[in-house]
Each structure stands twice: as structure tokens, then as C-alpha cells.
Design a protein around this ligand. Sequence first.
Ligand code: 5AD
Ligand code: SF4
Length: 431
Amino acid sequence: MNISDSERVRSVLERIGYVWTDNEEEANLLGILACSVRQKPIDKVYNKISQWNRWKNKRNLVTFISGCILPTDKERFLKLFDLIFSMSELSQLPAMIRDYGVVTPGALDSSVTAMPANENIFQLWDVKPNYQSDFEAYVPIQNGCDKFCTYCAVPYTRGREVSRPSQEIIDEVAHLAARGYKSITLLGQNVNSYGLDKKGEEITFPELLRAIGEAGNKLQQKFWLYFTSPHPSDMTREVIEVISQYDCLAKQIHLPLQSGDDRMLIKMKRSHDLQKYREIVQDIRQLIPQATLFTDIIVGFTSETEEAFQNTVEAFQEFKFNMAYIAKYSPRPGAASYRWEDDVTNDEKKGRYQRLTLVLKRHAYRYNQSLVNKEMEILVTGKDRKGQYLQGLTEGKIITRIESLDESLIGKIVPAKIISAADFSLTAQLA
Ligand code: 5AD
Ligand code: SF4
């Protein structure tokens, strides 16, 4: 979501004449799109701004902050940053910079157009993003969340659910696919309640997927369409059926479970229980047997006992996730659980994180091992960290190292034979 928002911020700044630099130390304007889901990234924001404010003694520098900010941090950020705005006010950023007394680089250039006034998120979506990649793109379909899980900051930072008009989404996806984008991800806090805020005036999430599937069938270009994240309580069999019916709808599902213990799920106000999750997974295995399954888990939530944690371990044994983003519970000011005692010690959280990771590794490895000697399609995304191989992703988003250094393949989907497997990755040779 932040990558997607930052592509729109960048596009607005470029319209008023700013030029991107990779070198933080030479920039005249520096900003952060914050994430408030956990405390750690917010701590990093405080470190960053104190460094930037020190730099101000030596040179001209304007700082801004936006993104997901909780009210308590907002008050402190007001004193630390020069500019603060919410994403829905993005088109006012040029005026804010001007009012701050900075002559923007494009001010003397008549070709630089003024931005229209902006009151809500619709205009944010109207801002054409400056995509950072020419083969991977993110398309926001919805902003905000009405679920109010007790641990979560999102409803307080992004507000209520608003769906973007479906025609805009379908057009943007078709446009990207026609331009050769290979991996396109629909974004929202709760994608499968898409359209429900419009009470019958908008299509539903499975209908949106179907429309994209139909558009994909008409295009000559191959692409994989992903979405993140759906909520189990809104995940219908229809969604899974539609994914099974269209080639361009990627066979990878990210379905946050959060906990494998029903008492914890109630305390988290997740509005689904383990049985509901189980039924969805059964539908996925039946209708899209080749699909990979990813999840999100919080360990050490308030009052999570060893027994409750063991139920999450058992859920991992049952569902055999390919990947899980496991987070240690972090109390968020304003969220309902902030008032409850954070009674699982950090050491215990760490221990549970490590034990769960071991279970995850075992199943992910077994799955990866089953792919050895198979030919698969890989989207080549770049070179690996050491620069010795190409790196890419399978349709199921398993990281794959390819024994080649042919950089002309970056951004393409290529056939490759899997020759070995590790816990969370594969090695392949070009077929
Ligand atoms: N503490 C730890 N993890 C959290 N998440 C959301 N809120 C918290 C929190 N307070 C995790 C959830 C969610 C993911 C985006 O972040 O697992 O799915
Ligand atoms: Fe947060 Fe729950 Fe909404 Fe996800 S569904 S954004 S965890 S409140």
C-alpha cells in the first residue's frame, strides 16, 4: 500500500518540477509514508526525523510525513516535520510546499500544471502514479477498514471502507497488462468486501475478478493478477471459483488467519473461527489444488496461553502454509487492545515466533521439494543479492533463483526447470 501511495506522491512532486534522487544526503525535500501497524516502524520514523533535523543546520531541507499515522503520533510529528498531510490531501501538497515558502523547481515553468483541489480519496486515485517498475504494479481498489479487529491501527489511520469505482480499476489493470506488466496486485485492507459500501450500486469482489479475467482473456499479453488482503469472513466460494476459471487470476492466495485458537480469534474480534477458515482452505484445495497459501499471524496477543499458541501450531500443521508473515503482538494506541495488559513477555513472543517459523519451514520445504524436476514459469524480477544469478517468482510467489545472468530476461515470464529446493526458495535452470 505504501509503495502504491508513494508512486502517487512521486508523480505529484514530479509535476511541480522535483527530480528523484537515490541519495538521501543530496535531497532538498525528504518525506516518509509511515506505517502504524506495529511500533517498530514508527520508532524508525522518530530516528529518521531527528537525523534530518540535524542536517537542517547545514543545508536547506524541507521534510514531510504522510501515510498511516495514529493521532498520538500526529501531534508529535506536527512539531518535528515541516509538512504533514493525509493521502486524501495529496493534491494540496504543491500548495503546502509553496505556502511553506519554498519556490518549487517547476514554478517558473509554464508546462508544469496546477493540481486540482482535492477533498477525498477519489482524487488520490485519480492521480496517475509514477510506477517504479515496468513489470510489477499495485492497483488500489479500496481504502480503509470497517472491521475493527481489536489489535489493529488501520481503522483509526485510514478510516472507513471506501471502494474505488470498478470501471477505473478494470481500465487500469487492462492498461497495465496491455503495456506488458506481468504482476499486478489489487490492494485494499479488506479486498473481498469490495463494493459493499456502495449498497448495490457497485459490483462485488468476485464480479470484479471476473471482469478482470474476461479483460485478460481478450488480451494477447500474459500476466498474473494478485490481490491482498482478503478477510476470511468475507471469503466466499464464488471468489475461489472465479480464480479457478481464469488463467490471468494468479493461483496464490494470501488469507490472514491471525491465530489458530478460537478464543483468541474472538478476543481479536476477527468474526471468523477456525472452522470457517478450514472450510475456505478446503474449497481452495478442491477448486485450485495448485494454489499456494500465505497467511498472517500474530503471536503473543494479550492473554495468549501456551495452549492457545499450540492451537496455532496445529493450524500450521493442518493448512501447510507456503509462507506466513508472523508478527509479535505490538500494542497500538487507540486500538481496543491497547487498554489490555500486554501480558506475554517479549522473550515468550520471540520463542513462539521461532517455534512457529520452524513448523512453517518444514511444510514450505516439503512443498518446494515436490516441485523439483518440474518445469514452471518464472517471472524474472532482477538479480539476486550477490549478483550471481537471476531471481524471480513463480506464479505461487515462491522465490526462485535462476542459473543465468541474462539481464534481458528481467520483467519477462520464462519457462524454467526446478533443480533444487530450500525452505523458502527454489533454484531453477532456464528450460
Ligand atoms: N501487532 C502485531 N501485528 C499486527 N498486525 C496488525 N496489527 C498488529 C499489531 N498490533 C499484523 C496482522 C496483519 C498484518 C498486516 O499486520 O497480522 O494481518
Ligand atoms: Fe486491521 Fe482487521 Fe481491518 Fe485487517 S480486517 S485492516 S486486521 S481491522
